[in-house]
Design a protein around this ligand. Structure first.
Ligand code: KIV
Length: 271
């Protein structure tokens, strides 16, 4: 009988090889065991336990309220399900901006208590020291530039970032700073496709875009958005692969109707 081959585990080195080989990286968010099991089984390369859990799991308007302990709870659930993907966990708002020691302590707590493989933080030059300090403990760091939702009250809106020359120039500089500091990859959120392509050419680490066009090394979407579980969110960059809000609602409507009409359970569905 043929031996079942273990899947190739994705590491930061594998992602680097994928960039060099021109193989695109597929990344999705997940926050719980069942969703993580399904997307890992489907062959996703990277799972992000994003602080978007604050929006799609907890119903907050922004990513600001989620805590380190909440993130660790989600990460633990995801890690239990995953056999192949690289699991990256967002450092939530207020757990790394104070200073690099705080950033290191938060990262160590995530890694120790969840078993995740890497952390992600938002920002450029202002987090340079933190990236270096986290890396000094052997923890891989993913950067995040462009629209950084933890700074929503500074931006004021969720519109496309870095359309003006000065902001685009700063973003390019920040990308190089993060690469020099040691980030293994960069998320580029909601910036013009040409600028994302320019960053991707300038840095040797993989870039992962969300609303950043096709000239990047990979793509990321929030799983609830791409499955159509959230039905009030329609940005131009979002492609929906299912309409699960409607499917779930229809299934629940049928269940209610079957219970009320005494059709469920039937003879075969009881002991
Ligand atoms: O929290 C998140 O889901 C993210 C992605 C949008 C990249 O940071």
């Amino acid at each position: 009988m043929a031996e079942k081959k273990e899947p190739r585990k994705i590491t930061t080195h594998v992602l680097q090889e994928m960039k060099q080989a021109g193989e695109k990286i597929a990344m999705l968010t997940a926050y719980d065991f069942s969703m993580a099991r399904a997307i890992d089984d489907a062959g996703i390369d990277v799972i992000l336990v994003g602080d978007s859990a604050s929006n799609v799991m907890a119903g907050h308007e922004t990513t600001l309220p989620i805590t380190l302990d909440h993130m660790i709870y989600h990460a633990q659930s995801v890690i239990r399900a995953v056999k192949r993907a690289l699991v990256v966990v967002d450092l939530p708002f207020g757990t790394y901006q104070g200073n690099s020691k705080e950033a290191l302590n938060s990262s160590i707590k995530i890694m120790k208590e969840s078993g995740a493989h890497a952390v992600k933080l938002e920002g450029g030059k202002e987090v340079e020291d933190s990236v270096k300090r986290i890396l000094s403990a052997g923890i891989p760091v993913m950067g995040h530039l462009g629209l950084t939702p933890q700074s929503i009250y500074k931006f004021g809106t969720y519109t496309v970032r870095a359309k003006e020359e000065a902001e685009a120039k700063k973003l390019l500089e920040d990308a190089e700073i993060l690469q020099e500091a040691g980030c293994f990859s960069l998320v580029l959120e909601k910036i013009p496709a040409a600028l994302a392509g320019e960053v991707t050419k300038r840095v040797s680490i993989p870039t992962i875009g969300i609303g950043a066009g096709n000239l990047v090394d990979g793509q990321v979407l929030v799983i609830h958005d791409m499955l159509g579980l959230t039905n009030e969110f329609h940005p131009r960059f979002l492609r929906r692969y299912a309409n699960m809000y409607t499917e779930m609602k229809d299934a629940v409507t049928s269940y209610i109707s079957d219970v009320k009409s005494k059709d469920f359970p039937n003879e075969k569905e009881q002991y």
